[in-house]
Design a protein around this ligand. Structure first.
Ligand code: ATP
Ligand code: MG
Length: 392
């Protein structure tokens, strides 16, 4: 029934002279999303609107699933497209459309016609009025409500005539690739995939770094992170994932630092290594899934202490979110089920019973000074032996 989709965007509409760049990026992302579905589509831009027109049969659910993951789209309207064979034919098709789409006719409606082709023999208000009458004749249970209609029937007169009334909510945000690149510290937990998703939603391309500690962490734990990266990549596009073997640095910290400082020192080294990769590949920021007060290493004091080792800004999109709010997003984007698999990441193994909750920077730095030379070597090895994969 639907031969095309009208794809609505919002925020890029206000980008002034750069607007076309955002629109072109959005068109590219829509094309990419549709490349992976069964069916052939043409994506085109017309006077501030984007259309995806089917050139072949396609699977409706698969197409909607692909389009609802494209950042930058706020609405997806399935279109019925008809030839212009005069007003009576239009009215017949509209009535048929309503009949098939809305089994229960006990509702209010409004017709909203737009005449992009000015040689059409009726003006938009005339179309509204005449179509409204025809609809009332065909379905006497229906009533007109021009303010809050249950059914807003849009009729666009172009070369073809588009009829639509349903808008499926899009992912929102900005098109991927319009905002630079950032490095996500991706663990196997619930928070960091959500954090990555949120920043990617603003058009940022993601890279990711994961620290594991074989044999203390399992192959399954690593696979879980690869799976999470893939789930985020369904929205963000391909993610380059750096997998760092952090066992020796972690053992060194474990053996030589006061145990209440283990987590904070480990976090600081993770940030350093992630920042190294970030700078190497031109990332403009680091991203973590930290949230104030969630655990000892996420108090404001601890966050200051992990921040202190980086020059790049650290974005923490879930910083003020409650755990449940983060879980809600992870459900919605489809990472939750993977995140709750029980495979441990390195943080959960080398933990102290009583970590400091208010680390003092001078004390932490003193502890680190004692292992600095050895850690430099171990971190260099960890960097040199990184395993890099592209997840898509
Ligand atoms: P998450 O649910 O994202 O794992 P968390 O509540 O378990 O978060 P922490 O373990 O304190 O919190 O980690 C805080 C942040 O540090 C994570 O959100 C992530 O960005 C980063 N991080 C933690 N562990 C790792 C790891 N093994 N590899 C990469 N990044 C990590
Ligand atoms: Mg974690």
């Amino acid at each position: 029934m639907f031969k095309a989709f009208l794809l609505k965007y919002a925020e890029i509409g206000v980008k002034g002279k750069n607007r076309y760049k955002f629109e072109d990026a959005l068109v590219r992302q829509i094309e990419k999303a549709l490349e992976n579905v069964d069916g052939d589509f043409t994506v085109s831009k017309f006077t501030g609107r984007i259309y995806a027109t089917a050139n072949s049969d396609y699977d409706y659910d698969e197409v909607i699933s692909a389009l609802t993951k494209v950042f930058g789209l706020v609405g997806i309207c399935p279109l019925v497209q008809i030839e212009d064979n005069g007003f009576d034919d239009l009215a017949e098709k509209v009535i048929d459309y309503i009949d098939k789409t809305y089994p229960d006719k006990n509702m209010t409606f409004k017709v909203d016609a737009r005449r992009a082709r000015k040689n059409y023999p009726m003006t938009s208000p005339e179309i509204n009025e005449n179509l409204g009458e025809k609809i009332l004749e065909a379905f006497p249970e229906m009533r007109v409500d021009v303010h809050h209609p249950d059914l807003m029937l849009n009729v666009e007169i172009r070369e073809m005539i588009n009829i639509y009334s349903k808008t499926i909510k899009g992912a929102g945000g900005m098109p991927t690739g319009t905002a630079g690149k950032a490095m996500l510290l991706l663990s196997g937990g619930i928070d960091s995939p959500v954090a990555g998703y949120m920043v990617a939603k603003r058009g940022v391309v993601l890279e990711a770094t994961y620290f594991h500690a074989p044999p203390y962490t399992s192959e399954r734990a690593k696979q879980k992170v690869v799976d999470l990266a893939r789930e985020v990549a369904r929205y963000s596009g391909p993610i380059k994932l750096n997998i760092v073997n952090f066992t020796d640095p972690q053992l060194c910290i474990y053996e030589k630092c006061p145990h209440e400082q283990l987590t904070i020192i480990m976090r600081r080294y993770m940030m350093r290594i992630a920042e190294h990769f970030a700078k190497q590949s031109g990332c403009l920021a680091l991203i973590t899934g930290e949230s104030i007060g969630q655990v000892a290493s996420q108090t404001m004091e601890s966050l200051n202490s992990t921040n202190a080792v980086c020059d790049l800004p650290v974005y923490r999109p879930v910083i003020a979110f409650d755990k449940q709010d983060i879980i809600d997003i992870s459900y919605q984007i489809g990472t939750y089920e993977t995140s709750i698999q029980p495979y441990e990441d390195c943080c959960t193994i080398f933990v102290a019973k009583h970590p400091v909750t208010k680390p003092r920077l001078d004390i932490v730095e003193k502890s680190e000074a004692k292992i600095a030379e050895e850690m430099d070597k171990l971190c260099k090895i960890a960097i040199d032996t990184v395993e890099t994969i592209v997840v898509e």
